[in-house]
Design a protein around this ligand. Sequence first.
Ligand code: ADP
Ligand code: MG
Ligand code: MG
Length: 204
Amino acid sequence: MIILTVDQAVEWMKEIQKRMDEHKEQLTVLDQAIGDGDHGINMTRGFTEVTAKIHHVNYDSVSDVLKSAAMTLMAKVGGASGPLYGTAFLKMSVAMQGKDVDEHVFKQAIKEAVDGIHSRGKADFGEKTMYDVWSQVADFLEEEEVNDWGGMVEVCQATIEDTREMIATKGRASYLKERSKGHVDPGSMSSLYIFEALVEVLEL
Ligand code: ADP
Ligand code: MG
Ligand code: MG
């Protein structure tokens, strides 16, 4: 059974943009605490560009939608998060190439995205980055019979909270060492919005 169509993929990007806009200030504040304060701007700019581009093109496949998003994020987002999210969407695109996106293809694509973030950013689990959230979602999908996509969101929320007491050892937050403790990771929070948006469109 196809679970993600071209229209749903386009809708996914729009839903992400909507959430990034709504939470711009929150992402800014989180990144001000342990980074350079630009994560809200990076995300809203990036996904505004993604949806603007998608609006002008007719896509033949989910893979093409995600490839377009990946290229835009890589080109338009300056921070660490641009290439990392760009890589995630590109890996998903490649995993979905020439395929209808059924449950198996979808899960494989998420797994590839997680591997992509891992090889690009070199963060392991527990280093207080978006990789924490993505890897937990992949683990969840590997274990779960899916009639509960919403479970992905719960996994994200729990993992975000777990990042609070971690000491960052990758990215800008690692400059703060011990002082990075007590704040949740901004990229983990924006990852929640990506998965929230996904769950919303999977349930359409
Ligand atoms: P920058 O840190 O360059 O200003 P952003 O503020 O947009 O970029 O993004 C910061 C987020 O990127 C962090 O909260 C973290 O989740 C993620 N991040 C940073 N470095 C890495 C890395 N090496 N691997 C995985 N994620 C990372
Ligand atoms: Mg930043
Ligand atoms: Mg920056």
